[in-house]
Each structure stands twice: as C-alpha cells, then as structure tokens.
Write a new protein. Structure first.
Length: 365
C-alpha cells in the first residue's frame, strides 16, 4: 500500500487509504525542499545559520566606502576591524523570519588638502555600530572616535559623524534588505547564490503589493505600575505547574537558549546562560539576571517587566523533574506587584511555556 509523510515526517497511510494524484492534496503533506523530507514545507521549527555569509556580505558592502572625495580632501572606510554576533534564518509552520544581532567596528582615515592639493591635515579613527538588529534599525547607534581632535582633526571627526555615519547606516540597511529578501524567497544564501539582486528585486515587487502597515498604537502598559519594591503588602506570589512531553535536561537547555526562546516568542531575546548572566526577552519587555543554575533541574533568577518600578525585581525559581516520559515544571515567583499577578502568570503559561512546547515539538531532544 502507499504511504505519505505527515507533518512530523512520519510515514502514514493517507486519509481514506487513497494516494493523492500528482498536483493534488494538502500542501503540508507534500515533501519539498529537503531530499530526506525531514522538514515538510518548513512546517517544523528550523534554524539555519547565516552568520558567515552575513560577515562576508557586510565586509563587501562596507569596505572602502567613500565619505569625502573632492578638491577639499578625502575620507573613507579603510578597514573592517571586526564583525561579531549571529545571523539566523528561522522557520516555524511556514512562517519564516530572520534574527540578527551584530556588532560592527570599522576604521577610517581622512585628510584635508591645502591650496596646492597636498595633505594639510590627516586623521584616523574608528566607527562602531554596537547593535545592528531589528530593534535598532530606526536609531542604529553609531559611535565615532578620532586619534586626535586638535585643530582641523576635529572637523574630520565631525565629518565622519555627520556624513560618514549615515552612509554606513544606509549600507547596513541595504544588507538587512538582502537578508529579508532571502527570508521572503525561503532560501539561504547558498541556495540564492552570490548574486542577491534578483531576490531583492523580488522582495521589492512583493512589498509594493502589500497594504501599508497602520501606525503603531500606544501600549496599554506604557507607564510604570505603582507597586513599591519595599512594600511586601503590595506584592504577590504566584505558582505555575506545567508538563512538557520531553526530557528535563532538554527543557532546561531550551529555557536558557536564546535562539529557541526567540523562535518561541517571535521576539528578540538574549540570554547569558551563566550565574550572574543577564536575561532579556520580548524585545526587552522582560529583563532579569540568573542567580542559581542546577543543570537539568533548577533555574533561579531575578525577573521583572520593564514597566515595573525602576529597580524592582521579583524572584523566580523553576524546578524540573522527570515523571515517566514527561518533565514536570514548577515555577514559584514572589515579589510580583499585586496588579501584575494575573498578567504575569498568563505570560508564563501562554506566552512562554505553551509557545515553547509548540516549538520544541519540531526539535529532536
């Protein structure tokens, strides 16, 4: 008899026992993209590392950028000092998105000419984009330094800051555009080939067909809650129990894995998975610090919403234990502002644990 692959890549008898003819059937059941059929139409969570491509492409786009080239002088980017961070393409249930967070350091050199066209003033320095990510595209902080600001060297530094920084930022935005074109095409850089122009053109054409996004509305919780950090009467305790059909060590690792948490929450996340390390989830709406770690069994952390009173953290203890083939998770959180208790408990259950369980369903433990 004929078999087909279900959404988990498992061979099963098709509904009714009848094999669909070529060109028929639910698209999710048709094996594409992978020869082994492991991920059907990007249905499961999948992550593809594009960091090396991103570094290479940024070096191509930023190297040698000209800031000034006329009778008054010249100035340009002379070297890419370093590019650190990660870039990944992720997919889940046919939804594709890119996650990127990069730190870029550049070197620049400039000179002003005298009346005879000879170099009169020379200076060099650095330019750093500390955080190139989805969150910072509008602002994209850029720091410019100069080896000396004596005399007209200060003018060269100001030139790099006012004219050079926008040029570098524009190149970074063009890079992000190419990255998102790969996402739209459902390709990695290897699959798209060295020339991404066609992918960018296709993305531009698709974008013109999309309706404009409405302006963002103000958040309902855009002001600090009123609970005081030093008043126990105004804080509450909450407890959450949750079951994952997975190994406890795998659940523990996933709770501390920034990439898996990004995929689960569909928002930026950073986690320094060491005692004393910082936690940042939901684009910075949640922040904290790890206090105690017992591999596979326990996570203790200081935790807060960014809308809580400045400096006020709650205490969170997560314990994990195997129960047959499942992991029983128990969370105890104290010091939660009273008016934030229900919101916080729902956030753990629905926004984190439910979503993480769904994502981990596509990852072999």
């Amino acid at each position: 008899s004929h078999l087909c692959l279900d959404a988990r890549g498992v061979a099963r008898q098709p509904p009714g026992g009848i094999m669909a003819k070529l060109g028929e059937g639910d698209e999710r059941w048709i094996v594409k993209e992978r020869d082994d059929g492991r991920n059907v139409n990007a249905w499961h969570w999948e992550e593809r590392d594009q960091t090396e491509w991103a570094k290479k492409r940024l070096r191509e786009m930023l190297g040698g950028l000209t800031i000034l080239d006329d009778a008054t002088g010249s100035c340009k980017i002379t070297a890419i000092d370093s590019i650190t961070g990660e870039v990944t393409l992720q997919s889940r249930k046919q939804r594709r998105f890119a996650i990127y967070e990069l730190d870029i350091s550049l070197k620049w050199e400039g000179q002003y000419f005298d009346a005879d066209g000879k170099a009169d003033v020379e200076a060099k320095g650095t330019m750093r984009i500390e955080d190139l990510s989805e969150e910072t595209l509008d602002g994209m902080p850029c720091d410019v330094t100069c080896d000396s600001v004596a005399g007209r060297r200060a003018e060269l530094k100001e030139l790099v800051r006012t004219k050079g920084a926008p040029i570098v930022k524009a190149a970074c935005l063009e890079f992000v555009k190419e990255l998102k074109a790969l996402v739209l095409a459902g390709q990695t850089s290897d699959e798209a080939g060295a020339d991404a122009a066609a992918a960018v053109a296709a993305a531009d054409a698709a974008a013109t067909k999309l309706p404009a996004k409405p302006p963002p509305t103000a958040r309902a919780n855009n002001s600090y809650v009123t609970s005081s950090a030093d008043s126990a009467a105004e804080t509450a305790k909450l407890e959450v129990e949750y079951t994952f059909p997975l190994n406890a060590s795998f659940v523990y690792e996933s709770l501390l894995d920034a990439n898996r948490m990004r995929a689960a929450t569909a928002a930026d996340a950073s986690i320094d998975a060491t005692v004393g390390g910082d936690i940042r989830l939901f684009n910075g709406s949640v922040e904290g610090k790890l206090v105690e770690l017992v591999p596979g069994a326990k996570i203790v952390q200081k935790w807060r919403f960014s809308t809580w009173q400045p400096g006020h953290f709650s205490d969170v203890t997560i314990t994990l234990a195997m129960d047959g083939g499942n992991t029983k998770l128990r969370l105890v959180q104290t010091g939660v502002p009273v008016e934030e208790r229900d919101r916080t408990e729902k956030g753990w259950r629905v926004m984190i644990f439910d979503r993480l369980k769904m994502v981990l369903g596509g990852i072999p433990p």
